[in-house]
Design a protein around this ligand. Sequence first.
Ligand code: SF4
Ligand code: SF4
Length: 242
Amino acid sequence: MSATAITIGDPLTEHEVSREKLEDIFGDICEHPLYDHELHGCLNCGICTATCPSAHYFDYSPREIVQLLWTENLEGIYDAMQEKIWACAQCYTCAARCPFGNSPGGLVSILREVSIKHGMQSAKDVLRPFSRVMLKLITTGNQLAPNMITPDHFADWGPNISKIDAPLQVLRKAVPMPTMHTTDTAWVVNLKTSIELYTIWEESGVLDQLETIDENLFDVIIDIMDEKREEYEDWLDEQDDD
Ligand code: SF4
Ligand code: SF4
């Protein structure tokens, strides 16, 4: 271990990270545009943890996360990013209850973004099972067609979903877009829209982050984007010819 490195965690999972790296990570957290909106101070009162559903089931406490950030405990923040931040369900009950107007759930969201930016193993492990969802989302702009949103596909909705399922069917049909009604057409996206979408992913750095997290998925998506762009160029050429 170098003179500036710090060892965190128990002997089985310990990892080393330099002071520089810790400061780099904390810098990215503080520079996030939402950071100052989500953290205003902390009384350490624990109201957020008392109302947090995830705290009931996991070794996780939003109060602890907020305290780590508020006290600028860089080692503790890094340690929490290895596992604990992924226990948050992003329900934002905590944000509605905090007397300081903090949003612990929002802070967790920032920590997740930064963990992706730094290619942390925890982010790779958590996101790997969602690669098919990410593929659909990034290449088509959506991952579900409304007619896929049924109790059969989402068993965890429980039996009471039938009470709202019927109105949902009516609401879906009320949306005046043919693409909203079938699985077949929901993933057929206007070519120009696709190209604009890809440009947004590129310019916003989403693709760079994806490459950090999952290189194989990144390659597949780049191939699809190249194909679509060629198709679009051909279509433009045809318009010129006409
Ligand atoms: S957003 Fe996260 S931290 Fe806040 S109450 Fe919900 S699960 Fe807990
Ligand atoms: S974040 Fe808010 S609710 Fe949670 S411990 Fe701090 S002051 Fe209390």
